[in-house]
Design a binder for this molecule. Structure first.
Ligand SMILES: C[S@@+](CC[C@H](N)C(=O)[O-])C[C@H]1O[C@@H](n2cnc3c(N)ncnc32)[C@H](O)[C@@H]1O
Length: 286
């Protein structure tokens, strides 16, 4: 795999200099800013769009596989971390599980509560940062779906994985997916800009957005950086992604007291594929 790194390319006056991997953490702006979260929710609910949740056809298959694989119909306790507007949580509850959903997006949690109530489903939706360990232990299954682990730096990943382990019953399972090195090889550095870039996604009024993608090798990290310039405000959003090999993921889990027991090609139970962009794992307490 050949990847060109521009870690030390600073551009004119250092303006383009990328930060150290995972140094600024702006996930809350991306998911909980009042304006941006409105667009994110629209993406979650669009049946075919991919930026926030996977296409709903996949979610349907995936939730069915998870329900069967973990026998959720027998009232198992499930914690869905980063549940968004509850697309998985409502399906788990409909199949008989006792579900808690955690997300720090006010707008997503409000939607999830409303949607569960309309469907007559009793789900505990908690608005919290999952890095703050907001739940008590005792879950048969903890899910973290759509490669959320990849958005965190090593310290936050360790914090989250340890708190997932602590949530599990003795024979409970953690299910999550991550991007693979194959997906990293498919990324490219780039830069672009535009007026009201992404159709007004980043701010309600006039703005320019300057975006650049930076690759960090050998860390296997990619940064998509967005600089949003409004008349009275300049903001930067850093979208980090860590890409994993089987070995690196296994080692991180072991360091957090977790043993990977099953490998899949996705969270819908596809066979593991060495060439695939995504890997999904089932882990238990070591
Ligand atoms: C890529 S979306 C996936 C949503 C959902 N799992 C799905 O597949 O439909 C990531 C979700 O995680 C939430 N999230 C990201 N970081 C979080 C954190 N530190 N604490 C709580 N929620 C977080 C976001 O608000 C967003 O709803």
């Amino acid at each position: 795999m050949t990847v060109r790194t521009i870690r030390h390319f600073a551009g004119p006056c250092g303006l383009q200099k990328p930060p150290l991997p995972f140094e600024p953490y702006t996930a809350e702006t991306l998911w909980d800013d009042d304006h941006i979260s409105r667009h994110m929710l629209a993406h979650h609910l669009d049946t075919d769009s991919e930026p926030a949740s996977r296409p709903h056809g996949f979610i349907e298959r995936s939730a069915r596989w998870i329900s069967d694989r973990f026998a959720l119909d027998s009232g198992r306790r499930v914690a869905d971390l980063g549940c968004g507007p509850g697309l998985y949580a409502t399906r788990f509850a409909a199949s008989g599980a006792a579900v808690t959903g955690v997300d720090f997006s006010r707008r997503s949690i409000a939607f999830a509560r409303q949607s569960a109530s309309e469907q007559g489903l009793a789900i505990d939706f908690v608005r919290a940062d999952y890095l703050d360990s907001p739940l008590d232990p005792g879950y048969d299954l903890v899910t973290l779906v759509y490669c959320d682990l990849c958005a965190l730096g090593p310290d936050r990943r360790r914090q989250l994985l340890r708190s997932c382990r602590d949530l599990l019953t003795d024979d409970g399972s953690l299910l999550l997916d991550v991007f693979s090195l194959q997906a990293f090889a498919g990324r490219q550095e780039s830069a672009s800009h535009g007026y009201r870039f992404m159709d007004g996604f980043w701010a309600p009024g006039a703005y320019w957005c300057f975006t650049s993608t930076h690759m960090y090798d050998p860390e296997h990290v990619v940064l998509d950086r967005y600089t949003i310039v409004e008349p009275r405000r300049i903001r930067r959003v850093y979208n980090w992604l860590q890409y994993f090999s089987r070995e690196s993921l296994t080692a991180e889990f072991a360091d957090c007291g977790l043993r990977v027991e099953e490998w899949y090609g996705n969270v819908a139970g596809a066979d593991f594929d060495e060439e695939g962009d995504v890997m999904a794992v089932v882990a238990r307490r070591a």
